[in-house]
Design a protein around this ligand. Structure first.
Ligand code: SF4
Ligand code: SF4
Length: 360
């Protein structure tokens, strides 16, 4: 008997239900609303732990707390380490018969020692100096924030009080091939290339600060470390949180990657840059509809005491793991298309001005 598409899909969902039961996985099996032909790979789901990633992230918790170590942290420090090892092994096996996906550049210089004498300067001098240095040394965005202890993952410490956040833009022509698949590594190669550029920018900036006689520690991706970089970048003026859980910047949209340098060099913090994204996202559903596993919530959620946009980890990561990366939500976001963000900001400002005039 020939199976129809629906039969195949129903079989996969049944397998997932069985897999969830075997693993006592506290997530509801789902069939994608927007992509009914998608259901997660049961083999990947079998590597999920018994705890939901959303519970680890603090979904539904009303008290503030530091984030728990999670995916991309060292496997032994997190609940989903076995799943991460499995996803990484699929990455390793996928390289088209052992060929690499392309030149992704190096990760930057080794750390230099901190100079024994501190140079004299004001916080304004150092702020100007580090920003100019970062922009001249591979960063596309730079901003400063005071470190909030709530940005530091549990079991980590950051000794320095400030962080200089760096942003690097991705090549949209390469990213628009997302999500990756067999023989299509354009987007995940570009992601790795830009994470490496961010790592180079951060290690060069840290060495520059060491030369001034101050402490500086790079924080770089793609693997996670002590610093939760998104809230730090929001505080440093990089933009607003979009419905897809990523930053939307006023020039790069979501087409960027983050790095940072924590330091005791006196520097002046920036302010958050609010330009209407939050309101825009309440009326836009582009990423929600594009996301194959329906991982993007249309309503804000309470997460560790804050109400914000949230992406369902238990739905996102199986798709991400199967495709060896995704980034589809970042790429389809209208703000990410080159030249669009600037126009949207003008339109939002015009609409706000008309609203003000109408109310006056
Ligand atoms: S990365 Fe992919 S699967 Fe995850 S939320 Fe974005 S579009 Fe959905
Ligand atoms: S696609 Fe639309 S809803 Fe999603 S983050 Fe971008 S602007 Fe917000």
């Amino acid at each position: 008997m020939e199976l129809t598409h629906d039969d195949v899909n129903a079989t996969r969902v049944t397998q997932w239900v069985r897999c969830c039961t075997v693993n006592s996985m506290p997530v509801e099996p789902f069939m994608s609303r927007n992509h009914p032909t998608y259901s997660p790979d049961p083999e990947l789901l079998a590597h999920f732990p018994t705890v939901s990633g959303n519970a680890v992230n603090g979904l539904g918790e009303t008290e503030t707390r530091r984030p728990s170590c999670f995916f991309w942290h060292p496997p032994e420090r997190q609940t989903h380490g076995r799943l991460q090892r499995y996803v990484m092994s699929r990455f390793e096996k996928s390289r088209d018969g052992g060929k690499d996906w392309g030149d992704v550049g190096d990760r930057g210089p080794a750390p230099l020692p901190v100079a024994p004498e501190r140079q004299e300067g004001t916080a304004q001098d150092w702020t100007n100096a580090v920003k100019a240095y970062a922009l001249a040394n591979e960063a596309d965005l730079v901003g400063v924030a005071e470190i909030d202890p709530l940005w530091v993952y549990e079991s980590y410490q950051i000794a320095e009080p400030h962080v200089i956040m760096l942003g690097v833009g991705q090549n949209y022509e390469k990213m628009k091939h997302a999500p990756p698949g067999p023989g299509n590594h354009h987007s995940n190669t570009e992601v790795r290339r830009q994470y490496n550029r961010g790592a180079r920018a951060a290690s060069k900036l840290a060495n520059f600060i060491h030369g001034l006689g101050y402490q500086a520690t790079p924080h770089v991706g793609p693997m996670a470390g002590a610093l939760n970089m998104i809230p730090a970048a929001l505080a440093a003026g990089f933009g607003e949180l979009g419905k897809h859980g990523s930053i939307i910047n006023r020039t790069l949209g979501s087409n960027l990657r983050l790095a940072g340098v924590s330091t005791d060099l006196p520097v002046i913090p920036d302010r958050p840059d609010l330009f209407g994204v939050d309101d825009f996202c309440t009326r836009c559903r582009v990423c929600t509809e594009a996301c194959p596993p329906d991982a993007i919530h249309d309503e804000k959620q309470t997460v560790r005491g804050a109400v914000k946009w949230y992406v369902d980890f238990d739905k996102c990561i199986p798709y991400f793991g199967e495709r060896l990366g995704c980034a589809l939500c970042m790429v389809v976001c209208p703000w990410s298309r080159p030249g669009v963000a600037e126009n949207l900001i003008v339109k939002l400002a015009r609409r706000a001005a008309i609203g003000d005039a109408t109310r006056a």
